[in-house]
Design a protein around this ligand. Structure first.
Ligand code: 5AD
Ligand code: SF4
Length: 495
């Protein structure tokens, strides 16, 4: 069975490709193997959803709130697929029968946001006792967080982590039957469950995980602790999933991994990321390929060559710098120097002319001096990024950097942050304007949020363009003349 369906709201979802009709086995026991076991629980959950819906005289609603990165966004599409299969109607508002927070913990303010919003949710639940609240994602992989929620947020129904999101239906059934908080956090896993449902946000573009976890242990970063060891998916599974997506109307894929450049190293038959890209390029119907995130230390000449000769790989590379100071980079355990980074950029630009480069930069890492900071400014001026995400260093308990002496005073870090932001924005404006007056291919993504007579799309370079249009253009790639650069985006006219 290969069932690809479109639901009422125009979102697409696929139920995987295997025959899942066997979940009703003779013993009435749940199957032991995945994904059959989860289809069994989705059917059980659906029975509950239908019964409760009859009782309330309306369909049950579910709301997923996603914090953080593209990985989480992709996980949320999988969670949404499970809820759709169980009969929930997905809504944006948190005034729903089931609310799920998919959390991020990469910086402390992400955690604070979740606690704040949980408080508000509690009020709603008091008036709607049948409501269920679940928390999942990176924050839940931190034992102190789980402890705090168990103690002070007793109204939460289900806690699970990053390794077992495929179990959502099973956990919800357990909660309905147990009448007590369900906590299921796995420390790590080598399990990759394939062929579960999935509900894409856009019918024409999709993220796809090519690997999970991270082995780099940058000294400031909590990701390796909450997402576990690096595991690559089998190339055959990735290619089949993309082929199914393309047959279902997807023209743009975003390959996701914490460090895509080390893809395939741990497979039984190792394969490079560049070789995987070559295979994906051959898939018919697919028009654009993006990927995230590239670690500079693992970016190969083979990849530059594949990017340079490809018609489908987008002219955009996100290449996190983090710091321009070789000394700080060493403390960060990034395993490249300022000079190696600049040399890499030069090779990329030679191999892929006119490529857009974007980056992540952290300001105020422990021990960062004014001199170190000026090295970062120097790299920013030399590379001239299309855009840069700038972050104030945030201390994450359990990481090596948290124990480093000389944490930079907040005032000093903020002042540097403002200087960096100003520089980054000025350069970004100039660099973005280089396409002014040219005709470029734009993938139209949606109706403009401010002005319904406009549609919004993206260049291969990832730059945003607004142009006159209507919903019939959504999902199409059209030629657009870029008439006016407005800083970080363009206004254009279809040609
Ligand atoms: N503090 C500030 N920024 C961080 N990042 C990761 N960990 C931290 C931290 N502790 C940033 C890095 C990374 C991006 C996703 O988040 O720049 O590339
Ligand atoms: Fe964190 Fe570094 Fe891994 Fe990126 S590569 S997730 S910054 S440890």
């Amino acid at each position: 069975m290969d069932s690809n369906n479109r639901n009422d709201s125009g979102h697409t979802y696929d139920s995987g490709q295997r025959d899942h009709s066997g979940y009703r086995n003779d013993t009435g026991q749940p199957p032991q193997s995945e994904p059959q076991r989860q289809y069994y629980y989705m059917a059980r959950l659906r029975a509950y959803v239908e019964e409760k819906g009859r009782e309330l005289g309306r369909p049950l609603t579910a709301s997923i709130q996603t914090f953080g990165c593209q990985m989480n966004a992709r996980d949320s599409e999988k969670l949404a697929g499970i809820l759709r299969e169980a009969g929930y109607e997905q809504i944006d508002s948190e005034e729903a029968d089931f609310v799920l927070y998919n959390t991020c913990t990469v910086r402390e303010n992400a955690n604070q946001k979740v606690y704040g919003r949980l408080g508000t949710l509690n009020h709603w639940k008091k008036d709607h006792p049948h409501m269920m609240i679940a928390l999942c994602g990176c924050m839940m992989q931190e034992p102190e967080v789980v402890e705090k929620i168990r103690k002070s947020y007793r109204f939460v129904d289900i806690l699970f982590g990053t390794h077992n999101i495929f179990k959502l239906a099973e956990l919800m059934v357990s909660r309905i039957e147990a009448e007590d908080m369900i906590v299921d956090i796995w420390k790590d896993t080598d399990l990759v469950v394939e062929d579960l449902p999935n509900r894409r946000k856009y019918p024409f573009k999709s993220g796809i995980n090519i690997m999970f976890g991270c082995n780099n242990f940058c000294s400031y970063c909590i990701v390796p602790y909450v997402r576990g060891r690096e595991r690559s998916r089998e190339p055959g599974d990735i290619l089949n999933e993309i082929k199914r997506m393309a047959a279902d109307g997807v023209t743009e894929v975003m390959l996701l991994g914490q460090n895509v450049n080390s893809y395939g190293k741990t497979l039984d038959t190792p394969m490079t990321f560049a070789a995987l890209l070559r295979e994906i390029e051959k898939i018919e119907g697919l028009k654009r390929i993006r990927f995230m995130t590239s670690h500079p230390k693992d970016l190969s000449d083979e990849l530059i060559e594949v990017m340079g000769s490809s018609d489908k790989i987008c002219k955009h590379l996100h290449l996190p710098l983090q710091s321009g100071s070789t000394r700080v980079l060493k403390e960060m355990n990034r395993r490249y120097t300022k000079e190696q980074y600049l040399d890499l950029v030069e090779r990329i630009r030679a191999g892929v002319p006119d490529i857009s480069l974007t980056t992540d930069i952290i300001v105020g890492f422990p021990g960062e001096t004014e001199e170190d900071f000026l090295e970062t400014m120097d790299v920013v001026r030399k590379v001239r990024y299309d855009s840069a995400f700038t972050f104030l260093y945030s201390k994450r308990t359990g990481t090596p950097a948290a124990a480093m002496p000389e944490q930079v005073p907040e005032q000093v870090a903020k002042e540097r942050f403002d200087r960096l932001l100003k520089e980054v924005q000025e350069i970004s404006r100039e660099v973005t304007a280089r396409h002014q007056g040219t005709v470029q291919k734009v993938l139209v993504e949606e109706i403009n949020h401010q002005d319904a007579s406009l549609v919004t799309g993206r260049l291969s370079h990832n730059t945003v363009v607004h142009l006159p249009g209507d919903s019939s253009m959504i999902g199409r790639i059209i030629e657009v003349k870029l008439t006016e650069c407005r800083g970080f985006y363009y206004l254009g006219e279809p040609v």
